[in-house]
Design a protein around this ligand. Structure first.
Ligand code: GLN
Length: 271
């Protein structure tokens, strides 16, 4: 009969990284670092770990297997039907917080378009509680996760089920945020096998990947407060096009900001 330590070594052998091995082991066994690892593993632990490792080996995202992941220190519940938050998106959060602190408005009106799990909206509310944060999401499945995360974590974020291309905010917006779908349609089938398990709705940016930037630029320019700012996450090679789209819609002070890998990841502009 294998010991708990044997199961840990099994996970280490089969998971793609030792970090993932640790997460899958912990999820499947419920065993922590302070427990005794020399004792026998139960057959339930063995079966659960085997199932997790098989799913992972088949390219199923670890975040869906363990049912959640951390983003900006927040424990988010995740599953099929909602985009998995990426570390790249922390760049957008950092810039948003920088803006909020500099503007120092008493109740800045913040809107996150295509909120998915709510990672952006909730990180902003957690780090800057004075903000009035609205999260707009078109997918009912994703909105289920969004609402659950809002209530589990206990942050006062308003979830709106709706299409960002048609949404009108009831008040002027001080800070508009979005990580919209930005993958060119033709590139979708060639994505990493993990990404293929994520909702197409959250990835498909149309023929050139830029559909949502065009829609956002036109629809939200008139909805911004004076001095209002927009921060948009972008994909590979989209910097110049997104800057042009924003300039064409009348935005000013357009700048590009790199992620931790040194790649252009966020475009900032003033309305
Ligand atoms: N960052 C995601 C990816 O490339 C894409 C998310 C999006 O389209 N906004 O995997």
């Amino acid at each position: 009969m294998p010991t708990i330590g044997d199961l840990f070594r099994l996970a280490q052998k089969r998971a793609p990284t030792s970090f993932e091995a640790g997460e899958l082991f912990r999820f499947a066994t419920g065993v922590g670092p302070l427990d005794d690892w020399s004792g026998p593993a139960t057959s339930q632990m063995q079966a659960d770990l085997e199932r997790c490792l098989e799913l992972r080996e088949g390219g199923y995202p670890i975040q869906y297997i363990v049912g959640g992941w951390e983003f900006y220190g927040l424990p988010l519940t995740l599953g099929p039907g909602v985009l998995i938050p990426r570390q790249d998106t922390e760049t957008l959060i950092d810039l948003a917080l920088e803006y909020l602190k500099r503007a120092a408005l008493p109740t800045p009106e913040v809107v996150d378009l295509g909120s998915g799990s709510g990672c952006i909206a909730m990180a902003i509310k957690a780090e800057y509680p004075a903000a009035a944060v609205t999260a707009v999401e078109i997918s009912e499945e994703a909105t289920t996760f969004l609402e659950r995360n809002i209530s589990d974590i206990g942050l006062d974020v308003t979830a709106v089920l709706g299409d960002m291309r048609e949404y009108t905010h009831p008040r002027k917006i001080d800070l508009l945020l979005s990580n919209p779908p930005y993958i060119p349609f033709a590139e979708l089938p060639g994505l990493q096998r993990e990404v293929l398990h994520e909702p197409t709705l959250a990835l498909d940016g149309g023929k050139d990947g830029l559909d949502f930037y065009r829609a956002i630029a036109v629809r939200y320019k008139p909805q911004l407060a004076p001095g209002g700012t927009v921060l948009l996450e972008i994909g590979a090679g989209q910097r110049d096009d997104v800057c042009d789209i924003l300039a064409g819609a009348g935005f000013a002070e357009i700048t590009s900001h790199n992620d931790l890998n040194g790649l252009p990841r966020v475009i900032r502009a003033r309305g």
